[in-house]
Design a protein around this ligand. Structure first.
Ligand code: PRT
Ligand code: ZN
Length: 299
């Protein structure tokens, strides 16, 4: 296959981000035929193929132009960027979009019994982490001297094993910390998945497909909370009703056959529509209220 005619996108092969990544691509209209080796899937209906790799490999695959695009957590991306910076190199991936999944935070946590005042409490302690570059940069920025204990996993048990005094690890619900009797004390980085691209200027055909993909991704992100709302109302109630419609721009007003004083109002609301809103609309004179999910949106 001609290298110039098909985009490559790297996603996590198997892990927390895999299902969400595939779901996003599906919503963008991509149909994949997954080969037997499962290392790469062919886009049947779009000129886009998907590479399945470890998330840690995604930044390099993209900056080395092996893959044009990648979906990866900001935590992994920033760690790689800082690691390179520490060696005097400059990272060459470009962030195109933050996406609404893979939310987590890189936080400092201490054993429940340990005294904690503020960041100055860290001085001289041993901190276990799988993110040494992010932690080093944080300590440096705050003028703190501490020892970084780099581990490849199971960071949360390091204090109990006596390998460290505290940890710096990813947290989402906080239940892992709780189960290990650790207390979150400070967030170093808020993370979510981002779409990145190669720094290399691509052939026009590929560039135009990246633009189309971005429009679709924006559409997908927008419709998540959006609802289409329809109602009937007396013309006189329109000003109040427009105020009540959550996050809608200009509603469509349609005359109703046979009722000169009444109109139908149709609007896209960019926020979820709650029962309370419907009740307020009804109180303002609306009737025949209907709320529908929005499947696709293109602006
Ligand atoms: O094999 P590969 O290298 O691809 O996968 P991996 O094991 O490195 O990554 P994976 O699948 O665990 O996570 C992939 C990405 O998901 C991370 O880089 C983050 O961007 C994102 N993410 C979101 C998380 C979490 N939430 C998360 N909670 N990654 C890890 N965790 C860990 C956390 O460290 C804790 O130990 O999950 C545990 C449970 O968290 P709580 O707070 O919900 O209990
Ligand atoms: Zn990983």
């Amino acid at each position: 296959m001609d290298k110039d005619s098909r985009l490559k996108l790297a996603i996590q092969k198997s892990g927390r981000l895999t299902d969400h990544s595939l779901d996003l691509l599906g919503r963008c209209g991509l149909k994949l035929s997954r080969g037997k080796d499962q290392l790469m899937a062919f886009g049947e209906n779009l000129p886009l193929d998907v590479l399945f790799v470890r998330d840690d490999d995604i930044p390099d695959l993209v900056q080395e132009d092996v893959s044009d695009l990648g979906l990866v957590g900001l935590n992994v991306l920033e760690e790689r960027r800082l690691e390179m910076a520490a060696r005097g190199a400059t990272a060459r991936f470009e962030v195109l979009r933050p996406l609404d999944f893979g939310h987590c935070r890189l936080s400092l946590a201490v054993p429940e019994g340990m005294a904690w005042k503020d960041l100055s409490s860290i001085a001289g302690l041993r901190i276990a982490t799988t993110y040494p570059a992010l932690l080093a940069s944080f300590l440096k920025q705050n003028g703190i001297t501490a020892e970084i204990v780099t581990l490849s996993g199971a960071v949360e048990i390091a204090p109990r094993l006596g390998r460290a005094d505290m940890i710096c690890d990813l947290v989402s619900s906080g239940s892992t910390l709780q189960a290990n009797h650790l207390r979150e004390v400070h967030t170093i980085l808020k993370s979510q998945v981002v779409l990145i691209r190669t720094p290399v200027k691509l052939p026009e055909f590929k560039e135009s497909w990246i633009s189309r993909l971005l429009l679709r991704i924006d559409g997908v992100e927008q419709v998540k909370e959006s609802k289409y709302i329809m109602l009937h109302a007396p013309r006189s109630a329109l000003p109040r009703i427009r105020e009540l419609l959550p996050g809608s721009e200009s509603p469509t007003i349609i005359p109703l056959e046979g009722s000169p004083d009444k109109v139908a109002v149709h609007a896209v609301c960019r926020e979820n529509v709650f029962w309370e809103t419907l009740e307020s609309l009804k109180a303002a004179g609306a009737s025949a209220l209907l709320v529908l999910p929005v499947e696709k949106m293109l602006n």
